[in-house]
Ligand binder design. Structure first.
Ligand code: FES
Ligand SMILES: [Fe+2]
Length: 347
């Protein structure tokens, strides 16, 4: 299936803000290239990265002192609204290019079409969560492979080495999944294997690992809430929330942008929260890196699940293909609406 550029009507994180200085930067979303640059007031701006003249990449050009982006080929220049001028034929009309909305949040630049309302910006944090940091990871696999990998925890003992359970406990995992009209909701409970890094978050040997997540498609993103409890059921003080955005770049690569949050349920420990939030972000970084190292191994997995012997942990996968097609890619938007069962694959 060919990705469509139309996805940019959703807000996508594309670049850490600090990575955009004086030089323009090219980013790709769903097979289309955009150029980011800062205008004279240092405000981030985005245009299509193909000059309307003869399609040279504007990202290879430079920002002029007046804040306009100059094409490296014949010097046409564009302001942050995409209004273009041709220095060699000033009277030439229709030299404009398409511009996009850039929003700076959580240390990242987020790209969307001009008319996408800010109210469509994805919700993160909230409810006492403190932002601990964000990072980007390249996955050398198509979007559907990266998404499926983050839609089950069955691979935890084999692909990961810290978070979650180990192979001898694979059969005691408690699992629930709900396929809903606009999202999937999944939860796992299993013994946490001993892992040094997690002691920073007050996790002890013998604790139970809890992972509850929601996968949405506006854009493709998972919100993972991870916590630990003592065998008695008593919750440990820190609860992590990782928001992972799956941004397709080319047909073969996906960039994951992860935004890590942490909250503390024990008031006396709250002074530690900002340090612990950074530790939680580091922990998330290790886990996502484990996935990124493994993912080239399964990069050629077909888009369709046809013929696969799916097990109970795969319950969200097929439903999520449909949600991704309908909500993210807006495929079949002109066709008659198909009524979706509230719980398409059972409760
Ligand atoms: S291709 Fe950009 S000015 Fe000619
Ligand atoms: Fe994983």
């Amino acid at each position: 299936m060919e990705p469509t550029p139309d996805v940019i009507r959703h807000f996508h994180p594309v670049l850490p803000s600090r990575s955009l200085g004086k030089q323009p930067v090219r980013v790709e979303v769903a097979g289309r290239a955009y150029v980011l640059f800062r205008d004279a007031a240092d405000r981030p701006a985005a245009l299509l990265d193909a000059c309307p003249h003869r399609f040279a990449p504007l990202s290879k050009g430079r920002v002029r002192p007046d804040g306009r982006l100059e094409c490296p080929y014949h010097g046409w220049r564009f302001d942050s609204e995409g209004r273009g001028a041709n220095p060699a034929q000033p009277e030439l009309r229709h030299c404009d290019t398409r511009s996009f909305q850039v929003v700076e949040r959580y240390g990242y630049l987020w790209l969307a079409e001009r008319d996408t309302p800010l109210s469509a910006f994805p919700d993160m944090g909230g409810d006492g969560y403190v932002f601990g940091g964000a990072f980007s990871t390249l996955f050398e696999a198509p979007l559907h492979v990266a998404l499926d990998n983050f839609s089950e925890d069955e691979h935890t003992p084999y692909v990961h080495t810290r978070l979650g359970w180990d192979d001898p406990h694979a059969h005691v995992v408690e699992f629930e999944a709900r396929n809903l009209e606009d999202r999937t909701e999944v939860s796992y409970r299993a013994p946490q294997r001993p892992a040094a890094l997690m002691k920073v978050l007050g996790v002890r040997n013998g604790d139970i690992f809890h992972n509850n997540w929601v996968m949405r498609f506006d854009p493709v993103r998972g919100q993972y809430t991870v916590s630990w409890a003592a065998p008695t059921g008593e919750l440990r003080p820190f609860i992590t929330q990782a928001n992972i955005f799956f941004v397709p770049e080319t047909a073969r690569t996906t960039r994951l942008h992860s935004f890590s949050f942490l909250k503390c349920t024990v008031p006396a420990m709250r002074p530690l929260l900002s340090v612990a939030a950074r530790a939680a972000a580091a922990l998330t970084w290790w886990e996502v890196r484990d996935d990124s190292r493994f993912i080239p191994t399964v990069a050629d997995t077909p888009y369709s699940h046809k013929g696969m012997r799916l097990d109970r942990f795969d319950k969200p996968l097929v439903h999520q293909r449909r949600l991704m097609e309908r909500i993210y890619y807006r495929m079949g938007a002109d066709a008659a609406p198909v009524p979706l069962a509230r719980e398409a694959a059972g409760g």
